[in-house]
Design a protein around this ligand. Sequence first.
Ligand code: ATR
Length: 278
Amino acid sequence: MLTRKNVSKTFAVIGDPIDHSLSPNIHSAAFRELNLDCSYIAYRIPKGELKEGIESLKKIKINGFNVTIPHKIEMMKYLDKIDESCSIIGAVNTVTNNEGILKGYNTDMEGFLDPLKKKKIKIQDTRILLLGAGGAARAIVAGFAKEKAKSITIANRTLEKANNLSILAKKIGLSSIPTEINKIENLEEFKIIVNATSVGLKNEQSPISLKSINSNTVVYDIVYLPMNTNFIKKAKEQKAIIIYGYEMLLGQAVRAFEIWHGVEAPYNAMKKALLGGF
Ligand code: ATR
């Protein structure tokens, strides 16, 4: 009689650029910790080649994959099933493959909220300043709506995108004010300031001056490489409460792991692997 053997499973992260992704380190560390017969690879799929890329992943019977820049929004088209987390945000970062049926989830929103919750930072009835209005900012707006923030000021270089994201915020019940990033003032009004622009990735100066914040302000940068962006350094000078981009990266990875494997993720092993990657 044939006995069913343990079949090894394969996972991936797709995007472009992808060679500096830390997701393979994080997930591989979790497999080792829990003795799982799984592997996780980084697979470069350039913009415009997503359809073919997905077909090849299906051919190798990939068990699941993460999606990153620039495919998070376009990937929605190739899903057979859409979890609620994904439909609200309009972007996907985690996919399961069940015998050719692709189901999409978005773990960025909960991943973003995780470090705020761990540090017991109150969100309800607070005023938020969000810098940026791209794909990542959408998940963040959904997170603040879920946690019932009082209002969110969305400041972006391109005002039109801030306007569009503000419409989404209002639709999901969060009062919102769109503005241009260089018109931001009165920072002392805000309890939490988040950088969701890509400014910092190339060691640029902070996108705004943080001179008027104080030690009660929470400053959260979602850029995780370098770990100490100029934005974070300026916040530290004001003795603000800091949340690093790696904390969100870890939060979304933990949740993706739990969706794929149905067991609690080994948080500490994953964190150690991530910090070793810097
Ligand atoms: P992601 O998926 O990481 O959010 P994205 O959708 O490309 O990436 O969004 C990048 C964000 O960074 C946008 O808000 C962008 O502003 P624009 O909408 O005006 O393009 C912002 N951004 C990028 N470079 C910037 C810069 N030099 N100064 C200010 N904002 C910048």
